[in-house]
Design a protein around this ligand. Structure first.
Ligand code: PEP
Ligand code: MG
Length: 554
């Protein structure tokens, strides 16, 4: 038995044969072409590029239903990259001036662009190097008449690869994939995100040798410990099979919690809501029996396009979500652009420290027209369902005053224009230490609080949440964070408003009982976690356990 340890991006156990994913041999030879052949080679390049775009259109459509719009968006980005003037001109120019074959020109352009992106400071731009390689590979496969590796085994397999491009991941027949294991890749890569959405065990950074000799060998992936056992011994096999059975049984048991109330043994009801980024995520929300939407990250609408979404476009989506949720609360957060979520057309200035820079409500208050367009759409949509509006990154009372003034203007404009609108609740995210400390004052001004523990941890511990090297220091269980949450809930209740958590900590099973014991009213999380947290809540007796738990953590 050989054991390798990687970094887990999704838990669970997979038992099956290994399938080494082979990228096609795309060794491209430089061929000199005659002057009269130049036009033909340029045409070959364009034909292959157009075919590649057509493949991507199809892939986009296909992947929406399996991985959701926000994850499928990568294929739209790839289409745009293939239409990029610089990319096209560089390839054409190489064919014409160096008199080389289209394959060689594409491969060279790919290398040049990828090196340029890789050398950039910005992590997001660095990540684009892989995308340039991905699109170029697609064009090269078409030019050379090859197809990418398809998994044509009878039984499902554990896919092992050096790294996987998002397009490769999505094109695989999902019914044939038990798990992904890659030698490279980062936790934030699109492939990792796709594996999480698919809900299958996946490891990255695994030093497994990609030799043909391991192809077809039996292996076990333990997504909880990050280990992969190749040709496991009898003892390991039995142990893992047992673990697999336990996990399966738990999953099946959780299904029985659908339709059940989220209520503690001593009768306290908790609002168990889901976080979404797009309308398409609603299928997962309904499948996992969420009682409402606790966080609709509306900025994804802004990130998907290459210009501001219009009032009508936004209205259509907000209304559809509200109507689908049929009277259940839908909390839509106003755009939280900035920091790691950048949209070029906002033309935000380059900042030394973007996490502490021009983002979220700061953009809305300095660009009221952008803010007002979204508010108009939200107020109008609120006539069609139980929409609540939530403002992110609040630090002061004066921001609330400014928001209220803008909201009044919006309402007045709608009234004057005779456009109907509802009366949505308006709340704020508590995700800065400043907001926690003045939460007694803020609570008197709004209808609800929702604690954003991701940013609250970042700003309280002074740790960039994007920096993977600081993972060991990023500790959302830090007592400072837990006390801040308790203070916020207390101050909310003193002002008779409700308080929830919509950051990742809301789904942390180790803290569920603590949150119940301090009186949390709502927990909002990714849909896949809902039933497990409902189970914990239904098994807790706050009256009996509360005090001991508070003492243990606070
Ligand atoms: C948070 O900060 O906890 C939060 C929910 O918002 P986001 O992760 O989108 O910043
Ligand atoms: Mg946040």
């Amino acid at each position: 038995m050989e054991t390798y340890k990687g970094k887990s991006v999704f838990g669970g156990i997979a038992i099956g044969k290994l399938h080494i994913y082979n990228k096609k041999n795309l060794q491209v030879k430089r061929k000199h072409i005659e002057t009269e052949e130049i036009e033909r080679e340029v045409e070959r390049f364009h034909k292959a590029r157009e075919d590649a775009i057509a493949q991507l259109v199809e892939l986009y459509e296909k992947s929406i239903s399996s991985v959701g719009t926000s994850n499928a968006a990568i294929f739209e980005i790839h289409q745009m990259m293939l239409q990029d003037d610089d990319y096209i001109e560089s390839t054409e120019n190489m064919i014409q001036t160096q008199q080389v074959n289209a394959e060689y020109a594409v491969a060279m352009t790919s290398d040049n662009f990828a090196s340029m992106f890789a050398a950039m400071e910005d992590d997001y731009m660095k990540g684009r190097a892989a995308d340039v390689r991905d699109i170029s590979e697609r064009v090269l496969l078409i030019l050379t008449g090859q197809e990418s590796d398809c998994i044509d085994t009878e039984e499902p397999v554990i896919v092992v690869a050096d790294d996987l491009a998002p397009s490769e991941t999505v094109q695989m027949d999902k019914s044939k994939v038990l798990s992904f294991v890659t030698v490279h890749g980062s936790t934030n890569s699109h492939t990792a995100i796709l594996a999480r959405t698919m809900g299958i065990p996946a490891l990255i950074g695994t030093p497994i040798p990609l030799e043909d000799s391991i192809n077809g060998k039996l292996a076990i992936v333990d997504g909880d410990t990050g280990q992969i056992y190749v040709e496991p011994d009898e003892e390991t096999f039995a142990m893992m099979q047992e673990k697999y059975k336990v996990i399966q049984t738990k999953k099946e048991l959780l299904q029985t919690l659908k339709g059940k109330e989220t209520v503690t043994l001593d009768g306290r009801r908790i609002m168990l809501y889901a976080n979404i980024g797009n309308y398409k995520d609603l299928s997962l929300v309904l499948e996992n029996d969420a009682e409402g939407i606790g966080l609709f990250r509306s900025e994804f609408l802004y990130l998907e396009g290459d210009t501001y979404p219009t009032e009508e476009e936004q209205l259509k989506i907000y209304r559809a979500v509200a109507e689908t949720m049929a009277g259940k609360r839908v909390i839509i957060r106003t755009l939280d652009i900035g920091a790691d979520k950048q949209a070029d057309y906002f033309e935000l200035p380059k900042e030394e420290n973007p996490a502490m820079g021009c983002r979220a409500i700061r953009i809305c208050l300095t660009r009221p027209e952008v803010f007002k367009t979204q508010l108009r759409a939200l107020f109008r949509a609120s006539a069609f369902g139980k929409i609540a509006i939530m403002y992110p990154m609040i630090t002061s009372l004066s921001e609330i005053t400014k928001i209220k003034n803008i909201v009044e203007e919006v309402k007045q404009e709608l009234t004057e224009a005779g456009v109907p609108f509802g009366n949505p609740e308006q709340g704020i995210m508590i995700e800065t230490p400043a907001a926690v400390i003045i939460s007694d004052q803020l609570a008197k001004e709004v209808d609800f609080f929702s604690i954003g523990t991701n940013d609250l941890t970042q700003y309280t511990l002074a740790i960039d949440r994007q920096n993977a090297q600081l993972d060991e220091f990023y500790d959302p269980h830090h007592q400072a964070i837990l006390r801040m949450i308790a203070t916020t809930v207390e101050n909310a209740h003193k002002a008779n408003i409700w308080c929830g958590i919509c950051g990742e900590l809301g789904a942390d099973p180790e803290l569920s009982k603590l949150f119940l014991s301090i009186g949390i009213d709502e927990l909002s999380m990714s849909p896949g976690n809902l039933l497990f947290i409902r189970k914990i809540i239904r098994e807790t007796n706050i009256l009996e356990e509360g005090e001991a738990i508070r003492k243990q953590f606070l």
